[in-house]
Design a protein around this ligand. Sequence first.
Ligand SMILES: Nc1ncnc2c1ncn2[C@@H]1O[C@H](COP(=O)(O)OP(=O)(O)O)[C@@H](O)[C@H]1O
Ligand SMILES: [Mg+2]
Length: 362
Amino acid sequence: MTPELITNQFSINGTVATIKPFGNGLINTTYKVRTSESDAPNYLLQIVNHHIFKNVSELTRNIERVTSHIRGKLEEQEAHDIDRRVLTPVKTNDGKGFFKDEEDNYWRMFLFIEEAHSYDQLASVKQAEAGGRAFGQFQKLVSDLPGEPLYPVIPGFHDTEMRIKNFKERVKENPVGRLEDVQQDVDFLLERSDEYKKIIQMGREGKIPQRIVHQDTKFNNVLLDENDDVLCVIDLDTVMPGYVCYDIGDAIRNGANTGKEDDPNLDNVGINMELFEGFMKGFLQETNGILTREEKETLAFGAKLLTYEQAVRFMDDFLDGDKYYKTESVEHNLIRARAQIKLLKSMEEKFDRMEEIVSRYI
Ligand SMILES: Nc1ncnc2c1ncn2[C@@H]1O[C@H](COP(=O)(O)OP(=O)(O)O)[C@@H](O)[C@H]1O
Ligand SMILES: [Mg+2]
């Protein structure tokens, strides 16, 4: 069905003027729906990627619970501009959170957040602080969500133990004969396998709590206003139960790398400590009062952990003949794995300073 016909299915105010493809998201197909009246809002129409997200009903319910809780808290605080400070889902005409068309596309709608922008990369300490603050505010706002835990949208998404187990089996099987040339890198990862099971084990032993985590903490999922101040966090498809250091670790892995995720020149790759500090400062200023001491002590470790996990996943896919990640060359997954290994080495070298930085803000 066309976006025009779909838009009719949703309970919107005003008359539709234009519907155009919008943004540069990689996962969901997105349109901006403009209305003609100046007092009617514009809307964002999206097809949810149900190949990745199998249970769109539960995913939608997670997002509804989280966004209505955040809205309630912002109203309590008498915050201004609330429609720009949290995503607002729009219901279908029969009160549902999404519309499924005859081609099995799942469509949903949000209020369009006006005058907002995002950046793909952290480019300054100010931006790093904003990123940390955005995910910190989010964490604080959802920390007291009542009711049962959120639905685990992608089960085992960050089950590091399982990722390591799969990796070890792949190494043993060596299914496409690629092991020989990369043995040294594989050994580097295997030597560390016990160390990086730590967080899952701490969780199992009840030493750290499961919280609501975002699970896609890239900087382009933070909307900023015209002064680059934080509006809100978007892309809530993966909100689910998990450990806070996974969110923070992935934000650092993504945002505070001096090189690219698939940088073939390893000299470019390393952790940018200024961006690390900015992010941690912003994050901890928001969350210091809600995280436990044990959790705060896992944050710097989280950066290493997520880098390790990603290295394992790239290497695993390389050994498996590139079945999961899209690749542009035979070596692409290996280049990615090596870039993550380099980033991890750089974090290992600077780990004492990373911990010292965190301790300054807790
Ligand atoms: N409510 C909103 N208002 C305005 N822009 C939005 C809104 N939600 C997302 N965007 C923008 O739409 C595009 C797709 O965003 P996102 O939901 O993150 O999808 P993806 O999963 O594909 O990254 C991005 O450019 C993002 O900045
Ligand atoms: Mg996004």
